[in-house]
Design a protein around this ligand. Structure first.
Ligand code: SF4
Ligand code: SF4
Length: 439
């Protein structure tokens, strides 16, 4: 296993869709099941679907490498039922030795690791614990593609697949060098951001608002969407957590709908957003331990964008509590017996209903692969986009680098190296390396 860990680290592979956790660090003894997350739960994103459709061979090469180099003997590639149908996969179909298709219901949220593992395997991860405690390792589709590609072509990660969608003529999936500016991509695709629209990195549920003029593609960028400012998807991202907390203290009628619909609560987790909004911030500041279960929230936004009729955002309140808990280095670590609620089965949220709640159904259109775009004059590689210690520049200011060259070493501890995504002259900036093409 150590050999595989070293390889994943050398290739610079991070979880391609999540928070940027270095993938090598997820490999651990005791796993018997590998689960590939192709749920692509966020509306309007099609990156994983296109990778599975067009690059399955490389994805499977990565999956088989993990199976062959660890104690894991079985892998599932999990996709939503509508994508399984488009891929021509039956639930349980063998895709390679030890690798099987898993068709998930078309509900939100299943990209969340805890919900995904339960739905695909029936194993329930106890609150506050990691998937490895139940013998599961979860990787994203593109993570396996990057491993397969790294092995076949001996190349580190220098490119990213991502969806460009929302208010565009034709939504597409593209492949671009890491560090490409979003404004440059828009220019090459003739995409214009109109007045009254906002650009986000990620899906409409959990993506983050970005400035396309300054923001560059990084290893976790799954999609860039342009959405109307008046859609619930964008309004929810502009919620002020402090004001939301004050509003919740006065306007909540304690109907409990937010708790009844909370996916983590339905899995039996001791998370009750209606109680969170009732707890006064002043009291929480004095006794942060009171809201420790806030750390069990996956941030799906169901309580905010669908459940509450009073315009309250339990999620924003909980985000506020999470910051306080993180400052105090507190996280949920209580042992106990937990079981999935019976009502979960009929309270799961249909995917289309969720799109409608976010106000983005109109942008749900067929998305195809546009191709690879390579002709960028400049890229900006951030040194701290993965979780852990930032990479350390391995070149000097002004050096000429070739595509694929090592430009930053992994720092001590949890960290990753970085490689040039285009050839050119490097400039060392604050927390980034800029590469300009030389004419
Ligand atoms: S965002 Fe709301 S609904 Fe989603 S897990 Fe957190 S508390 Fe539950
Ligand atoms: S759904 Fe809204 S009003 Fe009802 S308990 Fe939750 S926050 Fe309060």
């Amino acid at each position: 296993m150590q050999e595989l860990k070293n390889l994943m680290r050398k290739l610079g592979i991070v979880g391609a869709g999540g928070a940027g956790f270095p993938s090598y660090a997820k490999l651990a003894e005791g796993a018997d099941l590998l689960l590939i997350n192709g749920a692509e739960c966020e509306p309007l994103l099609a990156t994983d679907y296109i990778l599975l459709r067009d690059e399955l061979d490389l994805v499977l090469q990565g999956v088989l490498e993990v199976i062959n180099k660890t104690s894991i003997k079985k892998a599932y590639i999990a996709v939503k039922a509508h994508n399984a149908e488009r891929l021509g996969w039956e639930d349980g179909e063998k895709l390679a030795d030890g690798v099987f298709a898993r068709a998930l219901p078309d509900v939100y949220p299943l990209g969340d690791e805890i919900s995904l593992i339960y739905e695909a395997t029936g194993r329930l991860i106890k609150p506050g614990k990691l998937p490895i405690t139940e013998g599961v390792i979860v990787y994203n589709v593109e993570t396996m593609y990057n491993l397969g590609r790294g092995i076949r072509y001996n190349e580190p990660v220098t490119k990213k697949w991502l969806t460009i969608g929302g208010e565009v003529k034709n939504p597409v999936v593209i492949k671009v060098p890491l560090g490409a500016k979003i404004a440059d991509i828009f220019e090459k695709l003739n995409v214009e951001v109109k007045e009254g629209y906002t650009v986000i990195d990620g899906g409409p549920s959990m993506g983050k608002v970005i400035n396309p003029r300054t923001y560059a593609v990084n290893k976790t960028t799954k999609g860039i969407l342009i959405l109307p400012d008046n859609s619930q998807a964008i309004l929810s991202k502009k919620t002020n957590e402090v004001l939301a907390t004050k509003r919740a203290e006065t306007a909540c009628c304690q109907c409990t709908r937010c708790t009844d619909m909370c996916p983590r609560h339905l899995l039996g987790y001791p998370l009750e957003p209606h109680k969170m909004v009732r707890t006064a911030m002043g009291v929480v500041e004095a006794m942060p331990d009171m809201v420790i279960s806030a750390t069990l929230c996956c941030g799906c936004g169901v309580c905010e964008s669908l459940a509450c009729n009073q315009g309250i955002s339990p999620k924003a309140v909980i985000d506020n509590y999470k910051k306080l808990l993180s400052k105090n280095r507190l996280r949920f670590d209580k042992n106990g017996e937990y079981s999935v609620k019976e009502e979960r089965e009929y309270r799961m949220l249909p995917y289309k209903k969720w799109m409608s709640a976010l106000g983005v159904s109109v942008f749900d259109r067929d998305t195809d692969f546009y191709g690879e775009i390579n002709d960028f004059e400049r890229v900006e590689m951030t040194l701290s986009r993965h979780i852990g210690i930032p990479s350390i520049p391995a070149i000097k200011d002004g050096d000429i680098v070739e595509k694929g060259d090592l430009i930053a070493n992994a720092g001590d501890g949890l960290s990753l190296p970085q490689h040039a995504s285009i050839s050119g002259r490097a400039t060392l900036g604050n927390d980034k390396i800029i590469i300009d093409k030389v004419r």
